[in-house]
Write a protein that binds this ligand. Sequence first.
Ligand SMILES: Cc1ncc(COP(=O)(O)O)c(C=O)c1O
Length: 389
Amino acid sequence: MRLPERIKGIPPYIYAEMDKAIKKAKEKGLDIINIAHGDPDLEPPVEVVEELKNSLSEKDFHKYPSYWGIIGLREKIAEWMKKRFGVDLNPEEEIMVLIGVKEGITHLFLALCDKEDYVLIPDPAYPTYRTSAIFSESIPYSIPLLKENDFLPDLNSINIDVMNKSKVIILNYPNNPTSKRADKRFFKELVDFCHKWGIYIIHDNAYSEIYENEPAPSIFEIDGAKDIGVELHSFSKIYSMQGFRIGWVSGNKDILKSLSIIKTNTDSGVFVPVQKAAIRAIEIYDEFATRIRKIYKRRRKLVKGYLDRLGWKYYDSDSTIYIWTEMDEGKNDSMKMVSDLIDKKGVMIGPGAGYGKYGEGYLRFSVTQPDERIEEAMERFVDYLKGVV
Ligand SMILES: Cc1ncc(COP(=O)(O)O)c(C=O)c1O
């Protein structure tokens, strides 16, 4: 088959190499523990599942849903955004329900970019940013997230020529994969910078609710952000509703209008019972999210304890479900190490290189397994490093 250029330009699937190693390890009879993926093991709220079940038999819910999402959910989201971040959003034209943040990202690039516009993409990053840029035929321009800059982009170091051609910047704090959280000072710098250069901001806030102490901010807490930006939120991580496929985008109404043109021509919205279930999730947010944060806190501590005892360095954050860990001296081929670890010990960790060139030399530990499985994985990791067969 003669593949189109947009498909040929997609970087290889990061887990393809690992999949081969997993197949081999399973054939050897190894019990595989996956602490690579950001796929929460926890149950969604029982109230949410109940609501979904009850809604299934509602007359009319099997029909095509509304494109922007049911107004009841958009109003709930507006209320929650006000309470959580102190921001005002009009549910009629500043909030749209998505089939998950991933869908929103891909379609936002189509809604915002012309062929050959530059788009600023962090490296390392959630791989969908780059692939979405490629699908839109825009040009992804990497902005490194380096340890020496505390995993924030150095906006002022971007070449003027690039800035003149750039249409969009996409960022994500609290960050996958580094777990860095940004403060309002950085968001202010970002908003001022984007106003100056006439660049749209897409802020992916999929991990906003996973923290230990201080809640992570929204870009809309900065004056002027809504004039040029949108922010994405997900039900996948904090509510473990990743299989439901639901999230939302809020912010600039012209960007949302443009997005709606793409979406009305590609999808037909989210199944209404899933939207009803999402309303229920928001209703029980306070109690549920507090409980989930405690679980992730305990698990993060568990992994960090092992890394501390090994003397391995990691980015010490209280946010997200990841621990971004520097590979030990002399070890800098993350893909090779991860494949070898699967082969020898059946443990799967995220290879830093899978998130971009600047991710090489790092591993991403994910806390999305029960405590005892994480413990078992870390014990095997220690044995692997000691060369224990
Ligand atoms: C940064 C980031 N954004 C978005 C997503 C996907 O979110 P959703 O399940 O809402 O599509 C992920 C999933 O891992 C992610 O890491």
